[in-house]
Design a binder for this molecule. Structure first.
Ligand code: PLP
Length: 381
């Protein structure tokens, strides 16, 4: 037999999935590894999908999404960022994952370089492997609260660099890029003449201050913003996200949809429109619940002498488990096997994170705190 795809074979599996597979076989496992809200999708969103399906909106839609959803997104995006945005600049995708993938596909050719941070969401590197992109990893540190510095970015650039991929608020650290830092990153991108792919799926889950979109500092059309309904409206399984891009890039992203997915599930697009048009209080309610859990989780950790950064956004805590004397993977495996608590090993998020694990605050509070108590016990065993 001829060899199969080297790219797919060489792609590492996400460490999140490896732990999840273990947890699936344990019915009573406390699941602190999953990054999805423990809130139901709002009922008016369910009703909109039901209505759309019953009205026969069950066919293929336009490749980039239904015009009414795209124009509503464009309107909101322009108001939020101040960047002129037309309906055609928006492409509705199968979750933010597909928006990221088709954006990378539209900007790069195999062999091109993209700057990416460590720690960061593992799917970035997985997607780059599939597309033949050469990742150039910049390791962020606690000293800068996990925001990359311009000096670090400058030293990662080569003549092959096409883009830098940023994520604020960040999964897994909760780091938030402020106005001045975003202005500096955009200034750097202009100097280096590279694109900025800005993953902003946690833009509404921010605890202090306000979210700064990369698009609000984009003066010459080099920023693609990636958004999602998954976390904001508790709609992970609906698989709706979108990219907002300068016209030329949006055209290519749109082009990628036809041969890959054709379009996003039609009733789910109507559900997403209902989410945007309906009451928005749910967003603040979920954020306040995560904040309360964040504060209690940090109190539990600090009273046990376990270091963890205070996340400024997103719904994760990045915990230092070096006191356990084990690697992140050995620690996470012991924790799930001995205490039935699933967490994600830090090395899943890139090199240099072998003393960390990530837990998700999007978990029912009683389970979250019980899981943390068992985690603390395991650091001492
Ligand atoms: N970007 C980041 C940083 C994420 O953490 C996730 C999901 O966990 C995604 C993108 C993907 O979101 P979606 O469910 O819209 O594909």
């Amino acid at each position: 037999m001829k060899p199969l795809s080297r790219a797919v074979e060489s792609m590492p599996r996400s460490g999140i999935r490896v732990i999840m597979d273990r947890a699936f076989s344990m019915p009573d496992c406390i699941r602190l590894e999953v990054g999805e809200p423990n809130f139901p999708t709002p009922s008016h969103v369910l009703e909109a999908a039901d209505k759309a399906a019953r009205e026969g909106k069950t066919r293929y839609t336009e490749n980039p999404g239904i015009p009414e959803l795209r124009s509503r997104i464009a309107e909101i995006f322009a108001a939020d960022t101040g960047r002129t945005t037309k309906t055609d600049d928006v492409v509705v995708t199968t979750g933010a994952m597909a928006a990221l993938y088709t954006t990378l596909m539209s900007i790069t050719d195999p062999g091109d370089e993209v700057i990416v941070m460590s720690p960061s969401w593992p799917n970035y590197l997985m997607q780059m492997t599939l597309l033949g992109i050469q990742p150039v990893v910049v390791t962020t540190t606690e000293a800068t609260r996990h925001v990359p510095t311009v000096e670090q970015l400058e030293s990662a650039v080569s003549h092959r660099t096409k883009a830098v991929l940023i994520n604020s608020p960040c999964n897994p650290t909760g780091a938030v890029i402020n106005q001045a830092q975003m202005a500096d990153i955009l200034e750097f991108a202009r100097r280096a003449d590279i694109y900025v792919i800005s993953d902003e799926v946690y833009d509404k889950i921010i605890y202090e201050g306000t979210h700064v979109s990369a698009a609000s500092h984009d003066v010459d059309g080099r920023v693609v913003c990636i958004h999602s309904f998954s976390k904001t409206y508790s709609m992970t399984g609906w698989r709706v996200g979108y990219a907002v891009a300068p016209p030329e890039i949006a055209g290519l992203i749109r082009k990628c949809q036809e041969p890959t997915v054709s379009c996003v599930n039609a009733p789910a697009q109507y559900a997403a429109l209902a989410a945007l048009d309906g009451p928005q209080e749910i967003i603040g309610e979920m954020r306040d619940a995560y904040r309360e859990r964040r504060d209690e989780a940090r109190r539990i950790l600090s009273s046990s002498g376990i270091p963890a950064l205070e996340p400024g956004g997103a719904f994760y805590i990045w915990i230092d488990v070096s006191s356990s004397g084990r690697s992140d993977v050995a620690f996470a495996m012991d924790l799930v096997d001995k205490h039935q608590v699933a967490v994600v090993p830090g090395s899943t998020f890139g090199p240099g994170n072998e003393d960390r694990v990530r837990i998700s605050l999007a978990t029912a509070p009683d389970l979250l705190y019980e899981g943390m108590r068992r985690l603390i016990d395991e650091t001492r065993s």
